[in-house]
Design a protein around this ligand. Structure first.
Ligand code: B1M
Length: 208
């Protein structure tokens, strides 16, 4: 089994203590950080499929998520890059009712490494919290909202609509997450949609 496959298997099995070492070994072997990250994302896909088919349950999904987060910690310095330019502030959060943050954290990491100062509001962020933070940071350039559940898509809609109706200006709203489509993004009035973390960083740069 290749080191990358070992990382993938370790994440899928939720081996939080082993994964960081495997990720470091894969880096030492000369594997690209992006390839290692891709393997971990694939592992989460496997975990999701097993959850859907009733083979595993929430605790296994949770521990796999933790293993991935531990692996990402090792990759962070490599993925983050120099970050010497400043493109302004980006406020990011996972919308109300949604506790998924692995993808949002990757988006924050990539947007940060693209040169933005990231203000991460975490998960389960109500629309009012976005508004309050925008008011406290009137120079914000991008407001980024993530949602991972079909059931929290309405919360994303409410968030974007509340932000747009607030009259606050000077920034663009970027949305994304597994169930979000470009059509949904434009239907709720978002300024931009990105499919993945790398795409979010590219889009955020285009928006300023
Ligand atoms: Co949850 N979960 N989960 N879960 N979970 C999913 C999302 C699910 C698809 C699994 C499945 O059924 N196959 C399913 C949703 C189904 C649906 O909505 N139709 C699901 C469910 C049902 C649930 C619960 C309801 C389960 C339950 O309790 N019965 C529950 C909900 C809790 C809540 O939020 N209120 C729940 C809970 C959890 C855990 C807490 C156990 C854990 C999360 C841990 C954490 O995040 N800290 C968890 C996990 C780990 C998953 C899966 C397995 C993995 C998610 C993940 O981290 N993927 C997931 C299955 C899957 O994804 N295949 C699943 C890796 C990550 C890098 O990808 O998050 O997609 P992703 O992010 C990508 C893109 O989406 C995009 O870029 C990222 C990186 O490239 N992106 C953006 C994300 N945000 C963006 C923002 C942008 C742009 C791009 O711009 C701003």
């Amino acid at each position: 089994m290749s080191k990358i496959d070992e990382v993938k298997a370790g994440v899928a099995a939720g081996k939080t203590k082993v994964v960081p070492g495997l990720v470091q070994e894969a880096l030492n072997e000369g594997q690209a950080a992006t390839a290692i990250l891709e393997a971990m994302v694939e592992a989460m896909g496997v975990v999701g499929d097993k959850f859907s088919s009733g083979e595993i349950f929430v605790p296994e999904m949770l521990v796999a998520g933790k293993a991935m987060q531990k692996g990402v910690e090792v990759l962070k310095p490599v993925l983050a890059g120099e970050g010497s330019v400043s493109l302004g502030k980006c406020i990011i959060g996972t919308v109300a009712g949604d506790l998924h943050d692995i993808g949002k954290n990757l988006v924050a990491l990539m947007i940060g490494s693209a040169g933005f100062d990231v203000i991460d509001l975490g998960v389960d962020v109500p629309a009012d919290k976005f508004i309050e933070t925008i008011k406290a940071n009137p120079d914000v350039k991008v407001v980024a909202c993530s949602a991972l559940l079909t059931t929290t898509m309405p919360a994303m809609k409410e968030t974007v609509e509340t932000i747009k109706a607030s009259g606050l200006t000077g920034f663009k709203v970027l949305v994304g997450g597994a169930p979000i489509t470009p059509e949904f993004a434009s239907s709720i009035g978002a300024d931009a949609y990105a499919r993945d973390a790398g795409g979010a960083a590219v889009k955020a740069k285009e928006l300023v």
